[in-house]
Design a protein around this ligand. Structure first.
Ligand code: C2O
Ligand code: CU
Length: 631
């Protein structure tokens, strides 16, 4: 509430400043004409005194309130704005002071008008860019210089209009050259190690390659996945896609707890690729992150992934070599780890993925209803293979949520007609036993609706508008009977901000973690066996599905809502706009693990960091001759 008010006042203050600049220019135009004597002109003049000062104060105070409430602003610009705005005014007036001393009324007004316009521009750019001190200095310098140059041009005796246009043109050319230079300078080095700049302990370092699961006597499941370009039918249309074994989604892989999975990736694509086993706790060497845990598998080459299935649940696999583009082209599939003792459930795997603008489930826009036998337990495993939140609505038969991601829910209560927002890359397991004539419908994707129907003989589509509640995962199931994680030994706070900027030769609206983008972000250094809290503070206006490799974590709180149900143990959590989410994990799997936003475009634009164990290092390079693109 206070925040909304502060925002309103903030914008109001800004509006008054804009009006102030406009009135100044109107006054300037009236100078030397009969209109100058009109009372209207006097009123316009007085508008530029007290109201302007007040508006400026309002902006600063409301901005500070929003900053204090962690809302949308970084901290530097408030003080930077406070100092910069009057300073640009002053710089303009003092530097054009020689002219002013000649007491040319027009010169005074014009100078002030330009000074104020540039000061306003400075504040506007600061507000949008939310800069650090370094950038504030540059924004200040550019606007102050522009202000002086334009003011002196406008107050010159001969042909002021022409001079203003000329100076403006020169300033624009200069600015665009700076832009081009910054764009080029933002390119990541052709080849670098994510270990660069890390203090190397000269104690024995372990390479990620050494982190494997030594062969035991587990039964082996051999699987071959051939990545190749193929025509597939998605949403009823023949589409050229990148596939595993000719389909997208790729084949659903299954393994039982205790089995050893041996997957041979054969790369028949025109580009290097890799496979990451999303959500699976496995040895670091098998994590599939190109440039971190392996080199990307080159076209025509093979790579064997091998790990033991330990934790039952719904997972998925996708490349971690240029995933933003390769997943988009169709490279993804489900991986199901079944409990050690077989259950007699009917299993349905549904992978949602958006092709262009079209939402599909297992490649279809209107999936065929699935027959289930009355009384038989059925488990629906939903996988969000998209970067964005997948809203879902259920209708009809009651069910329980048996797992969030791969984290089983303790004592789930029965639900019906609910809504839930499934995070990008997240999974949801629903279990039900339908009675004769009952139906369970799950509508995915909101307005781009695709409905999955679990039907029994004679059942009818349900009324999906009867939704009674939003499922809050923090209070679902029972905490009683579960073991809480130990108290944390350390913690991080990660601020997420959005702002325009330059990254790797691109200009756009990018997100930062603590003001940094990959590879400049911090490596979160952990020690084996210790427990850590991470608080994500989203100050941007986008969702960020935050994902950690090689571990699971528990979601402790979302804003003031403190978890009280069955521990929500996941590998992925959506941090909605302006939300603060705290998670806890125990560092129990040595390696160098990526932690990133699973909006793959955000990750591609630098929203990634590493969780590193103190004595682990990697020989792999980002870029380099293998063309490794981890994100
Ligand atoms: Cu689904 Cu870093 O990955
Ligand atoms: Cu993001």
């Amino acid at each position: 509430m206070l925040i909304k008010l502060a925002l309103m006042l903030h914008l109001l203050g800004f509006l008054v400043l804009i009006l102030g600049v406009i009135t100044r220019f109107i006054v300037v135009r009236r100078l030397g004409t009969p209109k100058e004597k009109l009372p209207g002109t006097a009123r316009l003049r007085s508008f530029n005194k007290a109201p302007q000062a007040l508006a400026f104060l309002l902006i600063i105070i409301s901005g500070s309130i929003m900053t204090a409430a962690l809302w949308n602003f970084t901290d530097a610009w408030i003080l930077g704005g406070l100092l910069g705005f009057p300073a640009i005014d002053a710089v303009t007036i003092i530097s054009v002071g020689r002219l002013l001393r000649k007491a040319n009324k027009i010169a005074v007004e014009v100078t002030q008008a330009w000074g104020r316009l540039m000061a306003l521009l400075y504040i506007a750019v600061c507000m949008v860019v939310k800069p650090d001190w370094h950038s504030i200095f540059w924004i200040f310098a550019v606007t102050a210089i522009a202000s002086v140059v334009l003011a002196s041009a406008a107050t010159s005796k001969r042909r002021p209009a022409l001079r203003v246009s000329l100076s403006a043109a020169v300033l624009l050319i200069l600015l665009s050259s700076v832009f081009a230079w910054r764009l080029d300078a933002s390119k990541l080095p052709q080849s670098f190690s994510i270990m660069q700049g890390m203090a190397h302990h000269h104690t024995a370092m372990v390479s990620v390659d050494q982190l494997t699961e030594s062969p035991g006597d587990q039964p082996v499941r051999n699987i071959t996945l051939t990545a190749e370009e193929k025509e597939v039918t998605v949403a009823g249309k023949l589409t050229k896609a990148w596939t595993y074994n000719g389909t997208s989604p790729g084949p659903t892989l299954r393994a039982r707890v205790g089995e050893r999975l041996r997957v041979t990736l054969v790369n028949q694509l025109p580009a290097p690729t890799s496979i990451h086993w999303h959500g699976v706790v496995l040895p670091n060497s098998q994590d599939g992150v190109a440039g971190v845990t392996q080199d990307a598998v080159q076209p025509g080459k093979q790579f064997v992934y091998e790990f033991v299935a330990h934790q039952p649940g719904t997972y998925w696999y996708h490349p971690h070599q240029d995933p933003a583009h390769q997943v988009d082209k169709g490279l993804f599939g489900a991986l199901i780890i079944d409990p050690a003792t077989p259950t007699d459930e009917q299993q349905i795997v549904a992978v949602a993925h958006t092709w262009g603008d079209t939402l599909t489930v297992n490649g279809q826009t209107s999936p065929t209803p699935i027959e289930v036998a009355p009384g038989k337990r059925v488990r629906l495993r939903l996988i969000n293979g998209d970067s964005k939140v997948l809203p879902l609505t259920t209708g009809g038969a009651p069910f329980v949520v048996s797992a969030f991601d791969a984290g089983a829910v303790n004592e789930p209560s029965t639900l019906h007609d609910i809504r839930y927002d499934l995070a990008g890359a997240g999974r949801l397991d629903m279990s039900a036993a339908l009675s004769a004539g009952q139906e369970l419908d799950v509508a995915l994707g909101g307005s781009r609706q695709v409905t999955l129907r679990l039907v029994t003989a004679g059942s009818k589509t349900t009324d999906l508008s009867r939704v009674t509640a939003f499922l809050n995962p923090l209070h679902y199931g029972l905490a009683k009977g579960t073991t809480p994680l130990p108290q944390p030994d350390g913690q991080w706070r990660l601020n997420i901000d959005g702002a325009p900027g330059f990254y790797n030769g691109r200009f756009g609206w990018f997100y930062t973690i603590n003001g940094k983008r990959f590879p400049n972000g911090p490596m979160l250094m952990v020690e084996e066996g210790k427990t850590y809290d991470v608080t994500f503070v989203n100050r941007s206006r986008a969702d960020h599905p935050m994902h950690l490799h090689g571990h699971t974590f528990q979601v402790l709180s979302i804003d003031d809502d403190i978890a009280s149900g069955s521990p929500m143990i996941v590998d992925n959590v959506n941090v909605a706009p302006h939300q603060t989410v705290t998670i806890r994990f125990t560092a129990n799997n040595k390696g160098i693990w990526m932690a990133h936003c699973h909006n793959l475009i955000h990750a591609y634009d630098g929203m990634d960091l590493m969780v590193g164990y103190k004595d682990v290092t990697t020989p792999y390079l980002v870029g380099g001759s293998m063309g490794n693109i981890p994100e």
